[in-house]
Design a protein around this ligand. Structure first.
Ligand SMILES: [Zn+2]
Length: 100
């Protein structure tokens, strides 16, 4: 197999805040900072500063433990935000693409 040349891709690439893995936007779960706190943004359409997590449940756990989303978004994460994230976390299927 011959190596594929590196191509400039138009697909926007995002980085998981925990493992720093880069993926196309659709493969990562987006969180957005709103006036009400951190919101899960499954469609990736909400306006505001966003941060991304990949589909690895360990990344979600680490992000919660180390407050990585709050740091990436430069805001406080509330107990409610954590609860919401835990709800989404339970729906994660390892290896499956992000909800779109
Ligand atoms: Zn990750």
């Amino acid at each position: 197999m011959s190596p594929q040349p590196l191509k400039l891709r138009r697909t926007p690439v995002r980085t998981c805040v925990t493992c720093r893995k880069t993926e196309g936007k659709r493969a990562l779960h987006r969180f957005v900072r709103t006036a009400a706190g951190i919101e899960f943004d499954p469609g990736g359409k909400k306006a505001g500063r966003g941060a991304y997590l990949c589909a690895e449940i360990d990344c979600w756990r680490t992000a919660l433990q180390r407050n990585l989303l709050a740091r990436a978004l430069q805001c406080e994460i509330t107990a409610e935000d954590v609860q919401r994230m835990e709800t989404h976390m339970k729906k994660l299927v390892p290896g499956a693409p992000a909800i779109s």
